[in-house]
Design a protein around this ligand. Structure first.
Ligand code: BES
Ligand code: ZN
Length: 613
């Protein structure tokens, strides 16, 4: 029976329950492959129906053999269906009785086309003397690393046994090593909580570690470890305590994270017990710690309570941004939460303009039938989702009334999945007894969920920390209009400003018309943006440079875009460079295409209009 649920999987997850996953695999740095077996404890999902057909997702995998309860079984791999990959069919010789739990074991290898794993040569690492590999499975790349039910609606406890010549991190609690041979060890991990496939992660490289809190260790290459410790140890446990006080006790025992080499395509990825983070967080002044607050918040929204398909991705990300900002509000002060929300609103406007205000992907609930979730990815579910929650908070009477709902929600849905209907029902369930159902009735649910474009309500934020940014931006815009001499701008203008304030200042300028070239140059002389240690700032300045078509810095930008692989920076830079100088954009991309992660390279190709299909 086919029920239309998650359009991003070909697996028959509604027919097959999985009780446990054991991944037993080896990393081959020479061949740049992962190979081994995955063993599933499976059972019919229907109490009274035997299980006669198992379909798993695969993508660019080489499936070698399959067995059921130790006996080989025939299998079939379908033709590739675009981004959905190849369905893998296993038909048991005799249907498995509904009460039986069977062991399905598949032996496989990844291939060169694998979209989940990036292998780095030693020269692509900081240390330069050992190779490195890491996975990135969200949204639907797990299927290119192992055969699986690649849908967030299925959550399975896991065991990972990974053989490697170098230390391994995986998304579970480390349980030691065993079986030393040929210079390699098996690294073992247990994940007792059910996790969706997109949270499976493996990483291996030359790693050092350092404690950054009573429950937290940061891992990174040895040369980077001191800087990482400094960047995070101040806030880590405070963030955890603030998050717990807003939600429920931390369920995953430890919160550890890895700071990766620069090609990591995201700011952070909330792999359980092993968040992966971009090295661009290391600014030397702790100014990017909110990304760790964000990934930590996913321990509740996303990892404990999971969106049931990528169509309601906002329940992962919007809720996480909401929690992230609550954490920042509690640790740094409410005006910082308000300020972050202002930056987010600006990013939302930019994203809506980029897609166009009627685009499907500007909706909170998106239709992904026939569409690749990577193409739908943008800041919209983050910021529209945040603003939706912010509005609900306002409507029910503010933080004091709303915050207790958060612990209710995480308790109610812990270890399961949610969609927009369950979310709305939970709100009514919680607020009705408090006499607040009329307040909820006043929300235009349909507009929030299904209308494209900007949200139906424009929020009010406290501008205390933003006012100076607006003021200085005004002076720049007006001076440029009246062609005043820009030499009057001096470092003093921004004395004591936080990186976030500089970011907002640059965002406001980006919204304005292109700047005269002497202004672009003067801005860098006065404020040294192009040399900022914080990539958030140099990147925003470069956007302004490209929008203003200031050629003298193009080579600098082309150089810079080849040094970081974080898509938040890389994609907009290429998009603007493409508008400013198409040939340089294409030439630069071709030069660095091997540096980028496949997910990033694929999307940049589409952005530049040079994708093969
Ligand atoms: N889960 C996301 C990253 C992600 C989303 C990977 C979709 C693949 C598909 C992660 O939690 C995230 O949101 N990262 C942000 C950081 C943040 C502070 C908004 C990023 O990478 O910039
Ligand atoms: Zn996130």
């Amino acid at each position: 029976m086919k029920i239309s649920l998650d359009p991003s999987t070909q697996s028959n997850y509604y027919d097959v329950s999985i009780h446990h996953l054991l991944l037993d695999a080896e990393i081959d740095f020479g061949k740049k492959l992962l190979f081994g077996t995955v063993e599933y404890k499976i059972q019919s999902a229907r109490i009274s129906e035997p299980l006669s057909h198992i379909i798993l997702d695969t993508s660019y995998l080489d499936v070698k053999s399959a067995s059921l309860n130790g006996t080989p079984v025939p299998f079939r791999v379908d033709e590739r269906r675009d981004f959905l990959g190849n369905a893998l069919h296993v038909v048991p010789p005799k249907p498995i009785p509904a009460i039986d739990i069977a062991t399905l074991r598949i032996s496989f290898s990844t291939t060169k086309e694998c979209t989940a794993i990036q292998f780095l040569d030693p020269q692509q690492t900081i240390g330069g003397n050992a190779p490195y590999m890491f996975s990135q499975c969200q949204a639907i790349h797990a299927r290119s690393m192992l055969p699986c039910q690649d849908t967030p609606s299925v959550k399975v406890p896991c065991t990972f046994h990974i053989r490697s010549k170098l230390p391994v991190i995986a998304s579970g609690i480390p349980c030691g090593t065993r079986d030393f041979r040929d210079d390699s060890l098996v690294y073992m991990f247990e994940q007792p909580l059910g996790i969706p496939s997109y949270l499976i992660s493996i990483l291996s490289g030359d790693l050092a570690s350092s404690s950054v809190g009573p429950r937290s260790t940061v891992y990174t290459e040895p040369d980077n470890i001191v800087a990482c410790k400094f960047e995070f140890e101040h806030d880590m446990e405070n963030f955890m305590k603030a998050a717990e006080s807003l939600t429920t006790p931390y369920a995953w025992t430890r919160y550890d994270f890895v700071v990766l080499p620069p090609s990591f395509p995201y700011g952070g990825m909330e792999n359980p017990n092993a968040t992966f983070a971009t090295p661009t967080l290391i600014a030397g002044d702790r100014s990017n710690v909110s990304v760790i607050a964000h990934e930590l918040a996913h321990s509740w929204s996303g990892n404990l309570v999971t969106n049931e398909s990528w169509q309601c991705f906002w329940l992962n990300e919007g809720m996480t941004v909401f929690l992230e900002r609550k954490i920042i509000g509690r640790v740094q002060g409410e005006k910082y939460r308000q300020f972050d929300a202002i930056i987010g609103w600006g990013e939302l406007k930019e994203a809506v303009e980029l897609f166009g205000k009627d685009h499907e992907f500007t909706k909170l609930i998106v239709d992904l039938d026939g569409k690749d979730p990577d193409d739908a990815f943008s800041t919209i579910p983050y910021e529209k989702g945040f603003n939706f929650l912010y509005e609900i908070e306002r409507v029910v009477g503010g933080p004091v009334v709303f915050e207790p709902f958060l612990s209710f929600y995480f308790r109610k849905f812990a270890n399961s999945t949610v969609n927009e209907v369950k979310f709305k029902n939970a709100l009514y369930e919680y607020f009705k007894p408090l006499g607040l159902s009329q307040a909820l009735d006043s929300i235009d649910w349909d507009a929030w969920y299904y209308a494209p474009g900007m949200p139906p309500v424009t929020p009010q934020f406290d501008t205390t920390l933003a006012d100076n940014c607006y003021k200085l931006a005004d002076v720049w815009v007006n001076s440029a209009k009246t062609s005043e001499n820009p030499d009057k701008f001096k470092q003093d203008d921004i004395e004591g400003w936080s990186a976030a304030q500089l970011s907002l200042f640059l965002d406001v300028l980006f919204e304005a018309d292109a700047f005269p070239h002497n202004y672009i140059a003067a801005m860098d002389s006065a404020y040294s943006f192009s040399n900022s240690r914080n990539a958030e700032i140099s990147f925003r300045y470069f956007k302004l440079v490209l929008k203003s078509k200031y050629k003298p810095l193009y080579e600098r930008i082309a150089d810079q875009v080849g040094k970081v692989g974080r898509m938040k920076f890389v994609r907009p830079t290429y998009r603007l460079l493409n508008q400013a100088d198409h040939d340089l954009a294409v030439k630069t991309f071709r030069k660095y295409s091997n540096f980028y992660h496949k997910i990033c390279a694929g999307l940049v190709k589409k952005d530049l209009g040079i994708a093969e299909n």
